[in-house]
Write a protein that binds this ligand. Structure first.
Ligand code: ADP
Ligand code: MG
Length: 257
């Protein structure tokens, strides 16, 4: 498998419990390079739990997570931070911009650990802010920006290092519908430019307008438009190797060389 067709993200049988709360149960999901998809479900269905696990911000209780081919459970916290910094951009409903910090610095600080000079970081930050249409707001502080503008600053920061994967958790959740539409347009634009984008939302209209929709309820993936209708459950009893299959044929053996 070449680096290009290796999935960006792969969850296999991923579960997460908090005490006796089953936040996520047996999630299987493969995200390929260049996809734009929604994970949609009602409040409390496990979406943020899933995003945090996809983004390696949290480790699953069981199951395996691969990011860009790396099995997350085999990496130390330090290796995980490095992978996360290089491979994943995040956007959250609450913009997470430090009060009193101008947009340019908020964005430039996203590259603090990349070994670049301050001037270079600011140059890249300015370019990223222009890319999200905020060239005229470089020196504004969060309290001088609208919600939509704040989210665009957060987006600029998330994509500054050109991560192959962007994870957005309810990116329009705190916005009016017009500002929300601008943010969704920007996500489409980043996707067209090559970024793989996962949008988490409770908004079925937003989800329905994206090329792939994964529906989650009570911590279970109920439907994935990429793999067809209601997901088939694994057989409760594993099929024994060599046992006759329904229909009578045996699995073919590898031909000896
Ligand atoms: P969503 O993002 O879809 O609203 P979450 O993933 O935040 O859902 O939560 C799924 C379930 O897990 C909910 O029942 C929530 O209360 C619970 N949960 C989430 N995070 C924690 C936590 N850190 N500790 C305890 N329970 C949690
Ligand atoms: Mg959530």
């Amino acid at each position: 498998m070449t680096a290009h067709d290796r999935p960006v993200l792969e969850l296999t049988g991923v579960s997460k419990t908090y005490g006796d709360v089953h936040a996520l149960t047996g999630a299987d999901l493969v995200v390929r390079r260049g996809e734009l998809l929604a994970v949609v479900g009602p409040s409390g269905s496990g979406k943020s739990t899933m995003l945090n696990i996809m983004g390696t911000l949290d480790r699953p209780t069981s199951g395996t997570v691969r990011v860009d081919g790396h099995a997350v459970d085999r990496l130390s916290d330090r290796e995980l931070s490095a992978l996360r910094a290089q491979a994943i951009g995040f956007v959250f409903q609450q913009f997470h911009l430090a009060p009193g910090v101008p947009a340019l610095d908020s964005v430039a600080d996203g590259l603090l650990y990349g070994g670049r000079s301050r001037a270079e970081r600011r140059r890249l930050a300015e370019r990223a802010l222009r890319r999200v249409g905020l060239g005229h707001r470089l020196h504004h502080e969060p309290h001088q920006l609208s919600g939509g503008e704040k989210q665009r600053v957060a987006l600029a920061r998330a994509v500054l290092g050109d991560p192959p994967l962007l994870l957005a958790d309810e990116p329009t959740g705190a916005l009016d519908s017009r500002s929300g539409a601008v943010v969704i347009d920007l996500l489409h634009e980043l996707h067209r430019a090559g970024t793989t984008v996962v949008v988490i939302t409770h908004d079925r209209d937003i989800a329905g307008a994206l090329p792939r929709e994964v529906r989650i309820k009570d911590g279970r993936i109920e439907h994935d438009s990429a793999t067809g209708a209601a997901r088939l459950r694994e057989p409760a009893v594993p099929v024994l190797a060599g046992a006759p299959r329904p229909g009578g044929t045996r699995p073919r053996e590898e031909a000896p060389r």
